[in-house]
Design a protein around this ligand. Structure first.
Ligand code: ADP
Length: 526
């Protein structure tokens, strides 16, 4: 080593530097030792020789590059780049050499075994007295770890940016998706802020109410149009939505609207929240039900007229059948008697159907009359059961318990209810042979329950069976009926201030129960 260094010093001696005495030589040797103990790689290149060859390298340079001194001296430093020549930093280096200036670059270099390392290279010229660049000194550090960390950071940034832009894109997509639904929906939609100012409306709203966005958005809901939504009851319901989370459901507004005239609108309102975006907004959906209501009204009118028109000739037929039964000659054939009996039964059945239709249209128009009288309730039920039992061969009707022998209400209506419940219990339990009727008194109510062991009613159908014309889908064909009976029964019980309900298990049977208040004042509820 010492020898090599000695040789190195000689070669330097041949250049610009001249060392004339021993002190200087000692200083220089110290300097060379200092250079060798540096952790940075240091080289000197001779700019006066062709291709600027390396004429000195310290130990750290050998360690960083993996080359030995004899493989380094005499080479241009570009050998460290191996085939990786397309680095823009090369131009910076070339320019610095040409101009005789200093520079700092970070380059990809390769160790002897091919391992990449990032070289932070500081290059500076050494000039003679005339200012000519004789040598360059290069100081290099392996900054691979720092570079990797930087690259990792950059990569993370890229990944994050990609994620952000992906998220923004999908947010935008879902926003577009939502807004296209809102715009296409065939219902008028209004979004309010917590102060009941309109934030936005959809196209359908603008078309329905024949208004422009500027007349709507940003304004208080209650100030819109000619104050059509300024209804104290609606106001109270809307103001309750945010604090209680209770929606406004099926609120009808009949109003003479500006531009569109008299209309009936159905209103539903809910609190809406989109996580991270907004909360506490109110979405109002408004449906114009003017036409639908008109069609319903016409249908009801038709049913009312039709049932009245049918009732008159039927009453006459019923009368004639009764006369024929009374005036039957004694020598008449059994076959004739049987035909007359069946005619009577079918006329009666038709009569009941038409009576149901009439009842329904009376209920619809609010024309149902109650003839209140005090009667023996238990006795009336027993008689009704006996009548039905007389016409039923398949089932036995068992009455248990007692309710009251003094009730004030419309007897014929109450009997109609029990008849309906019993005939349903029999009709919808063809596999069974028993129906039970329980009479009881609960607190100041009487209670009647009709229990069958028939087909039962699915939970999702149990509420609907009290609606007009509703019949459970799968049984429509098997059993005759119009889906009116329970509707009429519920109205009659309501008119007496009572409640009618069903408990049922599908496939096991049903129990229809009603209670009626025994208290005079309550039974007057209409
Ligand atoms: P209808 O019997 O003429 O169809 P109702 O209004 O009396 O009309 O009854 C409505 C529907 O409720 C029936 O079609 C039937 O699907 C169901 N239903 C009523 N009573 C019972 C019962 N006891 N068991 C099972 N289903 C019943």
């Amino acid at each position: 080593m010492e020898n090599r260094k000695g040789h190195e010093l000689d070669s330097l001696n041949n250049g610009e530097f001249t060392f004339s005495n021993d002190t200087l030589k000692q200083d220089l040797s110290l300097l060379m030792k200092a250079l060798d103990s540096s952790i940075s790689g240091i080289i000197l290149t001779d700019n006066q020789q062709p291709d600027n060859p390396i004429i000195y390298c310290n130990k750290a340079f050998e360690r960083i590059t993996g080359y030995q001194r004899h493989e380094i001296i005499g080479h241009n430093c570009r050998f460290l780049q191996k085939e990786d020549r397309n680095q823009k930093e090369r131009a910076v280096l070339r320019n610095a050499v040409k101009e005789g200036k200093e520079c700092v670059v970070e380059m990809r270099n390769y160790q002897k075994n091919g391992t990449l390392f990032w070289n932070e290279l500081y290059m500076s010229p050494i000039k003679d007295e005339q200012g000519n660049v004789c040598y360059f000194i290069g100081v290099q550090n392996d900054v691979t770890r720092r570079k990797k960390a930087e690259q990792e950071l950059l990569h993370q940034q890229d990944v994050m940016e990609a994620q952000i832009s992906e998220r923004t894109k999908s947010l935008k997509e879902s926003e577009d998706y939502l807004s296209s639904i809102v715009q296409t929906v065939r219902e008028s939609l209004v979004v309010l802020n917590p102060d009941f100012k309109v934030l936005s409306v959809n196209e359908h709203f603008l078309k329905t109410f024949k208004v422009g966005k500027e007349e709507t958005e940003g304004r208080l809901l209650y100030d819109l149009g000619n104050g059509q939504w300024n209804i104290p009851q609606l106001k109270e319901l809307l103001e309750n939505i945010l604090p209680t989370n209770n929606p406004v459901e099926e609120f009808e507004v009949e109003h003479d609207f500006p531009h569109i005239g008299k209309k009936l609108m159905l209103l539903n309102a809910h609190r809406i929240e989109l996580e991270g975006q907004y909360k506490d907004r109110i979405l109002i959906a408004i449906e114009d039900i003017t036409d639908r209501r008109e069609i319903e009204r016409r249908k009801d009118d038709f049913l009312s007229i039709a049932s009245h028109e049918l009732k008159t000739p039927l009453t006459t037929i019923k009368g004639y059948v009764q006369i024929m039964q009374r005036l039957l000659p004694s020598d008449i054939s059994d076959k004739f008697k049987d035909i007359l009996k069946k005619t009577g039964i079918y006329v009666e059945r038709l009569n009941t159907l038409i009576a149901d239709l009439l009842d329904m249209s009376r209920i619809q128009t609010g024309n149902i009359e109650l003839h209140r009288e005090t009667f023996d309730f238990d006795k009336a039920i027993h008689e009704a059961v006996e009548n039905i039992q007389a016409a039923t061969k398949t089932h036995q009707i068992i009455i248990k318990g007692s309710a009251t022998n003094s009730y004030t209400g419309d007897e014929s209506h109450i009997v109609q209810v029990i008849n309906n419940l019993l005939s349903n219990a029999i009709k919808y339990s063809p596999e069974s042979d028993e129906v039970e009727v329980y009479l009881s008194k609960v607190s100041n109510f009487l209670k009647v329950a009709v229990k069958d062991k028939g087909m039962g009613i699915k939970i999702e159908d149990q509420k609907k069976i009290f609606d007009r014309f509703f019949r459970v889908g799968e049984i429509q064909q098997r059993f005759p009926g119009m889906g009116i009976g329970l509707y009429v029964c519920e109205q009659i019980i309501k008119n007496h201030g009572g409640t009618l309900w069903v408990e049922s298990e599908f496939g096991q049977g049903s129990t229809f129960s009603f209670t009626l208040p025994l208290d005079e004042r309550k039974s007057n509820v209409q």
